[in-house]
Design a protein around this ligand. Sequence first.
Ligand code: NDP
Ligand code: A1CAB
Length: 270
Amino acid sequence: MKITFIGGGNMAKALIGGLIKRGYSPSKMHVVEVSKEKSAELHNEFGVRATPELAVAVAHAEVLILAIKPQQLQEVALQLAPILAGQLVISIAAGIRTQDMARWLGTHNIVRCMPNTPALIRSGVTALYAMPAVVPEQCHRAESILSAVGSTLWVDDEEMLDAVTAISGSGPAYVFYFIEAMQQAAYELGLDEAQARQLVLDTFLGASKLAESSQEDVALLRGRVTSKKGTTEKALLSMEASQVKQGIVAAIHAAAARSRELGDELGKDA
Ligand SMILES: NC(=O)C1=CN([C@@H]2O[C@H](COP(=O)(O)OP(=O)(O)OC[C@H]3O[C@@H](n4cnc5c(N)ncnc54)[C@H](OP(=O)(O)O)[C@@H]3O)[C@@H](O)[C@H]2O)C=CC1
Ligand SMILES: O=C(O)[C@@H]1CCC=N1
């Protein structure tokens, strides 16, 4: 399957890197990227062809992946409209709704999805939504691309993609933020960089694997760490006092609201 990415930034790189690790041939992937430096990087790092020319890269593709910023999408879609030739269009852009893309692109053959950057190591998770006109074979195509770089799920209500964006699309950043905080504490407590890295990352990996393998609620797993009058209890009380959980929940609501807002703001015709 020949895939053309439009936009060769962070998320396109994560998908391309993951697909190559899965065995996709770089020769089957094109990238349309305006920046010469980024194009050279893409070629050197992944061996894919990167060009600023839309027409040639689109003509060769069976699937187009829109990986530009939401603010760039309308302009690119309007350029694509006259040169599309029945290709499946997959958008990974936050917020932008399929009905708006369909109007700009002149096709309903659109799958909107929300991947995340762990796709680079084939540990991503992607939620997908297909416009009603997309035939099962094309849905399968989209799923096969995204499932090559991690797990996938379908949502039948497009609005749920705003929630997905806030949870798993942006989610790696929240996890990295928590890791940064734990590393900072580790340094302050006298551990060196290598020790802090090992202790923090293995704790995240171990706790995630335990939660995944367990049938029990994570609150119960947390309870097993928390000895009466012990250290964890002290830490969790401190987090409660600082309203850490409420802060995280509020932050995720803010991200979902921003996704909806992007759709409202950028979905209007310029
Ligand atoms: N980063 C993430 O974790 C995730 C991002 N997404 C979505 O993926 C999309 C891309 O995000 P991300 O990779 O982070 O953004 P980036 O800014 O890293 O990538 C977008 C790239 O597209 C280039 N570009 C701009 N205009 C054009 C054009 N007309 N033709 C071709 N290329 C162009 C940009 O160049 P320049 O910088 O010069 O403008 C940039 O290199 C967004 O819509 C985002 O919502 C979805 C899931 C997760
Ligand atoms: O921050 C953003 O808007 C994008 C969408 C999800 C992750 N990054």
